[in-house]
Write a protein that binds this ligand. Structure first.
Ligand SMILES: Nc1ncnc2c1ncn2[C@@H]1O[C@H](COP(=O)(O)OP(=O)(O)OP(=O)(O)O)[C@@H](O)[C@H]1O
Length: 247
């Protein structure tokens, strides 16, 4: 679904991505993980066309991302950022209606689609006419996900979608999201800092470091056959609580 060939990106003197070649298959979930500043969000932004690579090419659904193709390709990608990225002065329903209105959907179609997505994401009906600050962080993120799904995109790209949520809300949303992605058979690309989340969502995990993909595979691959000592250090750096209770 996404095919990067020799993609590079720098900001001034800072090389964020060395020549990188990567395929993300249709219907598969790819997780980008790595230390802060390693270029995960930059890579994701290039996939959605918010940033242009300095070199190399990106193809989406067998078509190069170019200024000409991007507007129609963007409609086939949903993009979710950490706090949901909702407009604070618009209600939930108004936030969700923005793109459909631009595409001149009629109100009945918009309302039906919002109903479907409210069921899918298990968002309480009474939140429909509330403003973003009148709903919880977890609910805001569900709305962000609904907004990304509203046009029925082929791919959904998420930049630390659950980074700001408390552990219980996060756990519940992770379960729901994975179920949604599997049911809808979406191609998913997710940025996270959390190894547990990476393993939960990723068919493939890409560990980025020093401007390149240091290792690509499963967490198990990384643990048993680390591509470099850094991979092992990265895996060890996540603290897992130890206790005896039987859960
Ligand atoms: N528009 C920009 N202009 C200049 N530098 C930028 C820009 N965007 C990102 N950077 C720099 O590029 C590097 C990679 O940033 P990026 O946001 O992709 O990292 P990240 O891996 O997603 O980090 P984090 O996990 O902290 O969100 C960082 O050093 C960042 O400061």
């Amino acid at each position: 679904m996404f095919e990067l060939t020799d993609v590079t990106k720098s900001f001034g003197e800072l090389c964020v991505l060395q020549p990188t070649t990567l395929r993300m298959e249709q219907g598969a979930s790819t997780v980008l993980i790595g230390p802060s500043g390693c270029g995960k969000s930059t890579l994701l932004r290039m996939l959605v066309g918010l940033l242009k690579p300095d070199g190399g090419t990106i193809r989406f659904a067998n078509e190069f991302l170019t200024p000409q193709t991007l507007p129609s390709q963007r409609l086939r990608m949903g993009y979710v950022i950490q706090d949901g990225g909702l407009f604070p002065h618009l209600t939930v329903a108004q936030n969700l209606s923005l793109m459909p209105k631009q595409l001149e959907w009629n109100q009945t179609r918009i309302d039906q689609r919002i109903d479907e997505l409210m069921d899918l994401t298990r968002l309480p009906k009474e939140t429909r006419h509330r403003f973003p600050q009148q709903i919880s962080g977890g609910q805001r993120q569900r709305v962000g996900i609904m907004r990304a799904l509203i046009l029925e995109p082929d791919a959904i790209l998420l930049d630390e979608p659950m980074g700001a949520l408390d552990p219980m809300v996060r756990y519940e949303l992770q379960e729901d999201l994975r179920q949604i992605f599997r049911t809808l058979n979406k191609t998913v690309v997710m940025v996270t800092h959390d190894l547990g989340e990476a393993e939960f969502f990723g068919d493939t995990i890409c560990l980025l470091y020093g401007g390149k993909i240091l290792q690509k595979g499963t967490l198990q691959d990384m643990a048993t056959s680390p591509a470099s000592p850094y991979v092992t250090s990265f895996l060890k750096a996540q603290r897992i609580p130890r206790f005896e209770a039987t859960l």
